[in-house]
Design a protein around this ligand. Structure first.
Ligand SMILES: Nc1ncnc2c1ncn2[C@@H]1O[C@H](COP(=O)(O)OP(=O)(O)O)[C@@H](O)[C@H]1O
Ligand SMILES: [Mg+2]
Length: 386
């Protein structure tokens, strides 16, 4: 038991902690389990199955897949099938094929030396090892879109989705490959062969509704905080922030807010976390834009920022395109009796100030993850000067 009056177990809010239950992802877990459960009847008849999981950051993709892995492993163990499920986070495991295969081999066949082997030889070793040891495997590649975006080495999708063709005279003991990505944008960088072997269908992870977010946060708070430390006012407030277009459903953001607000309550010696603690932390986390930055902004720049915020709200996305920004900004400018607005120049300037980022003309967004309070601040600044 913890001796903090705020926390029961603070590490249960850490991004690395995997909660026992993943509520509101039952359907996705079920689809995954049903897809692979037939392995238990006869793994040698089970075809190499490729799946994709797509959905924005922080909505439970990784947690769901890990949960599914545990369930599948258990089920197959009951049927005396030895399966090794390998989870690879491509943001953590090197940016090239060689490093990734080496890691894969070390997970499945730790006693085999990968030194001096080519990428292809490593895959061959892996397949041979599985079959000699009567073992099966399932490979999960998380953050595949990240890898494809940063590296030209995209042969990995081609290789892994065709492991069954590697040596047609032998059976392939890799039962499946699951790719996880935030969006389908990375398709643009793949060639036809890769796209077709990966398939274009995916399991969708929709954003949680506000009630689902509240429920998740209540459960997570119960694990991490002492009783009565987190009130419903706090859950409600954070849930609203989480579903706002800027945070876009990212539960990680909510857990951060809870955890930092808990620390703040602790350091201030209050008995419970107060809404003010949470609000204060929320302001700090969005400090991609400081008060100082705002003081330095011109009226026109503020108008364009307000236009972006408006556009984000309308589109319910975490980015917005130039056209929408133009429409919204001109409308706001009209209100302030300003006619001339060189939007492109202003956007460039805001980007160099690191307030926004321009990924493309279709994708313009804020650098910080939350601009919840920014709109109000901007409006009061422009109102005080006009
Ligand atoms: N349904 C849920 N129940 C409990 N915690 C959740 C749930 N969904 C997400 N989380 C938590 O939110 C954080 C982000 O989830 P994660 O699975 O890493 O998202 P993603 O992989 O989609 O970015 C993790 O700390 C995870 O424990
Ligand atoms: Mg993830």
């Amino acid at each position: 038991m913890s001796d903090s009056i705020i926390f029961k177990d603070r590490k249960k809010l850490s991004p690395r902690y995997l909660p026992k239950e993943i509520p509101h992802r039952e359907k996705q877990i079920d689809i995954l389990v049903r897809t692979f459960l037939d392995i238990k009847d006869d793994p040698d008849k089970f075809p190499l199955t490729v799946l994709q999981i797509i959905g924005p950051a922080g909505i439970g993709k990784t947690s769901t897949v890990i949960k599914f892995s545990d369930i599948l492993e258990n089920e197959l163990r009951k049927n005396k099938i030895n399966i090794k499920i390998v989870y690879i986070n491509l943001k953590l495991q090197g940016g090239n094929k060689y490093a990734i295969y080496k890691y894969l081999l070390s997970c499945i066949a730790p006693e085999l030396p990968a030194q001096g082997l080519s990428a292809e030889e490593m895959l061959r070793q892996l397949l041979d090892y599985l079959s000699i040891n009567n073992m099966y495997s399932l490979i999960i590649l998380d953050e595949i879109d990240y890898l494809i975006k940063i590296s030209k080495e995209i042969g990995i999708i081609y290789d892994l989705t065709r492991l069954n063709e590697f040596d047609p005279s032998k059976k392939c003991n890799v039962m499946g490959v699951i790719f996880i990505a935030r969006s389908t944008e990375f398709y643009e960088k793949l060639d036809e062969a890769e796209l077709s072997s990966m398939g274009r269908t995916y399991i969708e992870f929709p954003n949680y509704t506000i009630d689902q977010v509240s429920d998740i946060l209540i459960r997570r708070s119960k694990d991490a905080f002492q009783e009565n430390v987190i009130g419903t006012d706090i859950i409600d407030w954070i849930a609203k922030i989480v579903i706002s277009p800027i945070v876009n459903g990212d539960i990680r953001y909510a857990l951060d807010l809870l955890s930092y607000a808990g620390n703040l309550a602790e350091s201030e010696g209050t008995e419970r976390v107060l809404l003010d603690h949470v609000k204060k932390i929320n302001k700090q986390i969005y400090n991609g834009i400081t008060d100082e930055d705002i003081i330095e902004l011109s009226k026109l720049q503020i108008i364009v920022l307000l236009g972006i915020i408006k556009g984000l709200k309308i589109k319910h996305k975490d980015y917005v395109d130039l056209k929408e920004i133009r429409i919204q900004s001109l409308e706001i400018a009209e209100k302030y009796k300003l006619r001339k607005l060189d939007i492109e120049d202003i956007l460039d300037d805001l980007a160099t100030r690191k307030i926004i980022k321009i990924i493309s003309l279709k994708k313009i967004s804020f650098i910080s993850s939350s601009v919840e309070n920014l709109e109000k601040t901007l409006i009061s600044k422009i109102d005080s000067t006009s």
